[in-house]
Design a protein around this ligand. Sequence first.
Ligand code: SF4
Length: 220
Amino acid sequence: MDQEREKWQALRDEYAENVGKSVVARLETRGYKARYAATAEEARQILFSLIPEEASVGIPGSATVRELGLMEALAKRGNRIYQHWDPALKAEEKAGRLKDELNSDVFLSGSNAVTLDGAIVNIDGTGNRVAGLAWGDNRLIIVVGVNKICRDVESALVRVRDVATPPNTQRLKMTTPCATTGFCSDCNSPQRACRAVLILERAPFGRDAHVIVVGETLGF
Ligand code: SF4
């Protein structure tokens, strides 16, 4: 990176740290064990320290977790990984994987959005991810890039529909309008991806709930 670009990147990094640490402080008041990681590598090290090597790890649909290379890295250190993003899976096998994800020792997920005051906002099509975020007797770990931070729940919901979902439906080659227009038109498509909305206002009662806010752009 040349000197000029380094200067601008340093400003972006400082902003990311400011806003990321602000959100971490709010998340802590809402019952989460929250940490700020300046880089993806730092986030990986924190996650390794939170996930025992013998633990099974359920990974729902999350571009962030995959972008961090966690599936390969965790599998390499011996963790059993359950995930359903495998196009070769038959319908009944996929259903089994979805249940295994929810029943793993650790449920490791991204989030569509997080607000400045610490609400965690997600919209789901199948409902498995919002189910695992809302309830489980396992450890919950949410990892989220600073690009997911929104002022409030209203802007978070707009973000999910206009920013997070279009590239996902595009990735899956779905026939929803947003897959080609790049924005939400509140469709009634048979493939509509937006079906279940979850707003976690606080960490759920009794849950060992962690959030890692990463000072980089991750996922959609
Ligand atoms: S409601 Fe339809 S158009 Fe809007 S983001 Fe969801 S799938 Fe896309």
